[in-house]
Design a binder for this molecule. Structure first.
Ligand code: SAH
Length: 371
């Protein structure tokens, strides 16, 4: 069997792997054995998986494979941020970023090759959209980064804030987050895995019963007129549809908060009245706001808000009782900051929100860090 016809083991979370083993006449505990080899021991050779019988190892070699994304570029900035470019399939590349901090290490990963959402302030949008990443390509980013970082750093947090709109690659993202939080794989707590979305309302509704990780919403504007322009999916799922599902997402927990991302763009969404409007929109929602200084890129006409405007927003929201932080820009010297991750997208089929339909919809995005 050629390797392209073989089943990539990384495409399975634990329950799918158990089914895979049952289907080939093996006991389901083989799933935990192989997961430990891959995700704890970083062993990818079936041959070396010594607690599997010789005949099973041979069988696995015949019908399956373990294919990781291939690193094509790696840079480390002075502030310790790592950026990897990874080859996905024949022609496409995505980017993955690691941001070390004193007590944690956050990995920012991609969910799609490119993005179809067309948010005008995001450089991923400029590249158009190619396709969804497979489970293997999503979890592979975590494996490759942790393998590279070796014991020097442990990935403690994962944010799906790289290229793509995670909730438009729903099934694969769900399975990958299960591997991130499974003790037999990366074992992170659900609170330390964050899905960032531009606001795909039906997917947010379904999310909690399936994975229950942390949620970040790219709000970026406090009224529909402005949000229609900055986050065009708002035309389909406006603020009055988005806010109720956010309330629902955290309704049963007294501890959980939704992160609201708000990019600060000079003269666009940073007027004093926008801060007041934002407070009204967030009324009653257990939320923390993350203000993101806009990261400029070549083809954009937007500029970052002044420090004074950003501080004004922070103080105004804080006075209204909303926990508010300003996102630190890190890794910009190696183009690893929010909105700077681009990778390489070929065969792009640029679509806009008005003609998106069904499961295949995909969206906008970029990268970021600190949640
Ligand atoms: N599609 C998802 C994932 C993107 S996450 C989403 O929209 O949430 C990355 C975050 O960075 C989002 O909030 C995104 O809107 C923001 N972002 C994109 N381009 C940016 C830029 N140039 N400067 C600052 N933030 C940006």
């Amino acid at each position: 069997m050629s390797s392209s016809c073989k089943q990539n083991i990384l495409d399975f979370d634990r329950s799918h792997l158990e089914t895979f083993f049952k289907n080939i006449g093996e006991k389901s505990f083989r799933a935990s054995q192989i997961m430990k080899w891959i995700y704890h021991e970083f062993q990818l050779e079936f041959d070396q998986m010594t607690n599997l019988s010789k005949s099973l190892r041979v069988k696995l070699q015949q019908i399956s494979t373990i294919i990781m994304p291939e690193i094509t570029y790696h840079a480390v900035s002075k502030d310790g941020v790592h950026k990897w470019r990874l080859k996905i399939g024949e022609n496409n590349q995505i980017e993955t970023v690691f941001i070390p901090e004193v007590n944690r290490g956050t990995l920012c990963i991609s969910s799609q090759v490119g993005c179809a959402l067309n948010c005008p302030f995001c450089s991923t949008a400029q590249q158009g959209f190619n396709r969804n990443l497979s489970v293997a390509e999503i979890i592979g980013q975590v494996w490759v980064a942790q393998n590279e970082l070796k014991k020097e750093y442990k990935i403690t947090n994962i944010v799906l804030m790289g290229m793509g709109e995670p909730l438009l690659n729903f099934e694969n993202v769900i399975q990958a987050t299960r591997l991130m939080t499974d003790d037999l794989a990366f074992g992170l707590s659900k609170r330390k895995v964050t899905i960032s979305t531009s606001g795909v309302v039906p997917a947010i509704k379904k999310l909690k019963s399936l994975t229950d990780v942390s949620l970040a919403i790219s709000l970026h504007a406090p009224n529909n007129e402005l949000r229609d322009e900055l986050v065009p999916i708002n035309k389909k799922y406006p603020i009055e549809a988005l806010m109720p599902v956010c309330h629902e997402y955290v309704s049963e927990s007294t501890k959980r908060k939704i992160t609201i991302e708000y990019v600060m763009i000079k003269g666009v969404n940073d007027h004093k009245k926008h801060a007041s409007e934002l407070i009204k929109v967030l009324k009653g929602l257990p939320a923390k706001v993350n203000l993101i200084p806009f990261n400029e890129f070549d083809t954009s006409n937007y500029q970052c808000s002044s420090r004074v405007s950003i501080e004004y927003f922070k103080n105004k929201l804080t006075m209204a009782g909303i926990v508010t932080t300003i996102r630190k820009t890190r890794g910009d010297a190696i183009d690893a900051a929010c909105g700077q991750l681009v990778g390489k997208v070929v065969d792009k089929t640029k679509r806009n929100v008005s003609n998106l339909s069904g499961k295949d919809k995909s969206f906008q995005s970029i990268v970021e860090m600190q949640v």
